[in-house]
Design a protein around this ligand. Sequence first.
Ligand code: PMP
Length: 434
Amino acid sequence: MPHAELWQRHRQVMPSWMQLYYDEPIELVRGSGRRVTDGEGREYLDFFGGLLATMVGHDIPEITEAIRAQAGRLLHSSTLYLIRSQVELAERIAKLSGLSDAKVFFVNSGTEAVETALLLATQRRRSHQVLALRGSYHGRSFGTVGATGIRGWSATALSPLAVTYVHSGYRYRSPFGHLDDAAFVAACADELRTMIETSTAGDVACLLAEPVQGAGGFATPPEGFFPAMKAVLDDYGILLISDEVQSGWGRTGRSFFAMPGFGVTPDAITFAKGLGNGVAIGGVVAPAGLMDCLGANSISTAGGNPLATAAGVATLDYLLSHDLQANADKVGEHLMTGLRAIAEGCPLVGEVRGMGLMIGVELVVPGTREPAVAATLRVLEAARQRGLLIGRGGLHGNVLRVTPPMTVTVAEADEALTVLREALTTVERTEENA
Ligand code: PMP
């Protein structure tokens, strides 16, 4: 079927609010390593897939084989029976989380992972009041969408939760003005305390927080941000849930889950996306005292099924045996340095930020901090035309997101940097002449 016909049929049968990238959306049909091929035979370097699904790259033989072997033995989606790979994966994640006496519950997606964490926190604290960070993204279900602080991702303004937003670690557009790190952190912690005191009924269940905000444009807090926030939460007995659907598994280069790398032990961690390397899986890890507080089974029939957990075990094995956290640190640093060098000669770039392989490039109207939204879309398209897939995000949709699989090499990073330099320069010139 020709590509144009597929796109036409998609529009006919899929909801209008399903967003696809690019004016002419592409169909990915094959992948190998860090490269994907579309239905028309064009090859791309995949610098966004790293957190969407392909945490360690496409078609990694060890992982593909583990999935194939499980599919050949048993496909079963009921979790009413013992599942060896589920128990094994849970034990390993519990240990890697660094949480004491940890237990793990598996689901099928990041949204379900956050829903489960919300069930735990609200049940434990007997309150439906929740704090969330501005610019957050936690999912698209009824509960999680209400705690998502980006209007573009909010399908409904109704919510089963009473949500109060506080400022995140996003410094580029701080409401507190231009402060140094310590003063910014103190202002955020002050705001948190004031909001708890004045805008809630006082018995808040939890703060939901992404250590590095993903859809929010890889907003990365300064050192000290989370310890200061946690100190305030502790004064009120409010739980901290670290949503690591994007930042987990060593992608930040610093620690296995990102929140402990910021010096804070959360009360629960949610994870998903990368763990199955393309197979749907998610979960929550939390100390037994919190995990066991529910009175009945949570989501869902297929959570932690044999296929998903077999993929998870194989992906985790691969990740750890190849020390991909160290690679994320090394190549991430290389990309960051390269992007900062590009930014120096490109006034379209307002800020380059991030950690490890989560790098955001915020585009602004040159000479101002005004979000350059249309230019961002043009850079995305210009990169695609040159064979590079990257992502987009930010409160205003003006941030390029660079997040390749954790196996990415320095040579591939250089290839991407060349394309990004060209794409940014071309768009900047067009904007100047517009
Ligand atoms: N939390 C975070 C931090 C996310 O980035 C996402 C997905 N972008 C989710 C939750 C929801 O995950 P999923 O799309 O797998 O439901």
